[in-house]
Design a protein around this ligand. Structure first.
Ligand SMILES: [Zn+2]
Length: 399
């Protein structure tokens, strides 16, 4: 199960409650069924500036099987009628995005009245962070690139289920590429359009969705762990486990190519980019080689997979939960000095106050609080305080 499937599972549930709650508002009712097709797999995050792609009236049925799409064209391709100027509209995309990304804005019930111009929860969107996002290189067919802070670019891969985000951090002398993505499209080409300075690669950790383009670069830092060394040999199994690859891409041949570690580094290592210094913080837990990257002067913390705004994966054999909690505490302690937290999936920006709440949530979950749902073979989704963690399910005893 992917992060995306989890998100849509919760979306589908809420869509149903929306449906039941609005059943009494009779009008000309429509039924929309959104099914995944190769053309509609692409899905970005909430775009405050984009027009809703689907407007539904109270009483309409929206059956969401896996996804909602990002453009009217793609929606039509998925067999959904084109936009009508229906009154009292709810934007399905806004609904999905609000559910996925801004759960606190979704009231328990409080459905918008059919005559309201804009539902109450909608008025709170977008979050202020989005105003600072500036799209660059809009023509790239695979990557979406956003300038999220001065000299910082988020390189987002929305067309694949992991929705991974790599970051290019540029100084006067050189630049760091923090992760290289899936390795499906050519990240080096994108980087060359963003900076002419020498680029060194550093990985938030070496899971395959963060190292796919490592082989394209001459200089790659590596944490001094066996896990890193092993992954640098490339991986086929992990890569093969990925789903929802783009059309025309042959998943059978997909693998992470090996790369050469140019220099091993440890906790506390600093990289001077010229006018900007990045500090490596060892934050093991998700993996033994997980790091966060701190730009102390500019108040930026790149958290990799230690924090991102979607179910956080903590179920794999290389995960160490005790270490994860300690790492979360370590980065949470930095929150007062931060302006922005930049995670490695789904959304590039979060408020620093999310970090202390993350610590509270994982501790609550570990002490048995919050809700638990089965989430695929051997896994369980634990939720508390707006955070979701995908953990190993307790093993059932077999007779
Ligand atoms: Zn990972």
């Amino acid at each position: 199960m992917t992060r995306r499937e989890l998100r849509f599972a919760s979306l589908a549930i809420t869509a149903l409650s929306l449906l039941f709650s609005t059943k009494s508002n009779v009008g000309a009712q429509e039924k929309y069924s959104l099914k995944p097709t190769p053309k509609t797999v692409a899905w970005g995050y909430y775009d405050a500036k984009a027009a809703p792609v689907l407007r539904v009236k109270s009483g309409d049925t929206v059956e969401i099987q896996t996804l909602i799409t990002s453009t009217p064209k793609r929606l039509e391709d998925a067999g959904v009628p084109s936009l009508s100027s229906a009154p009292s509209a709810i934007s399905a995309v806004s609904v999905s995005s609000a559910l996925n990304l801004f759960p606190s804005f979704w009231p328990d019930r409080a459905l918008p009245s059919p005559h309201a111009e804009k539902p109450e929860w909608c008025k709170a969107l977008p979050r202020p962070e989005y105003k600072s996002l500036q799209r660059v290189l809009p023509d790239d067919p695979w990557f979406e690139v956003y300038k999220v802070a001065p000299g910082v670019f988020a390189i987002y891969e929305p067309h694949q289920a992991e929705e991974v985000i790599s970051y290019l951090i540029v100084g006067h002398k050189q630049a760091v590429l923090f992760d290289t993505g899936m390795g499906i499209s050519n990240i080096r080409k994108v980087i060359s359009q963003l900076t002419s300075r020498p680029v060194v690669v550093l990985n938030s950790h070496t899971h395959n969705d963060h190292v796919g383009g490592n082989w394209q670069f001459n200089f790659v830092y590596g944490m001094d762990t066996d896990f890193t060394r092993k992954n640098a040999k490339g991986s086929r199994e992990d890569a093969q486990a990925e789903i929802a690859l783009p059309k025309g891409f042959n998943p059978k041949t997909y693998a992470t190519k090996p790369w050469k570690i140019s220099r091993f580094i440890h906790d506390g290592f600093k990289i001077n980019l010229g006018g900007r210094t990045l500090e490596v913080l060892s934050t093991p837990g998700h993996t033994p080689d997980a790091i966060s990257l701190l730009d102390r002067e500019n108040g930026l913390l790149f958290t990799g997979d230690t924090y991102y705004p979607a179910p956080i994966w903590l179920f794999r054999p290389e995960t160490d939960l005790d270490a994860y909690v300690n790492s979360a505490k370590r980065i949470a302690a930095l929150a007062p000095g931060l302006k922005l937290v930049l995670g490695a999936h789904n959304l590039p920006v979060a408020e620093p106050s999310v970090l202390p709440r993350l610590v509270a949530a994982i501790q609550a979950v570990r002490s048995g609080q919050g809700s638990v749902k089965p989430a695929g073979e051997g896994k369980a989704l634990h939720s508390f305080g707006g955070f979701d963690f995908l953990l190993t399910a307790p093993k059932k005893e077999k007779n």
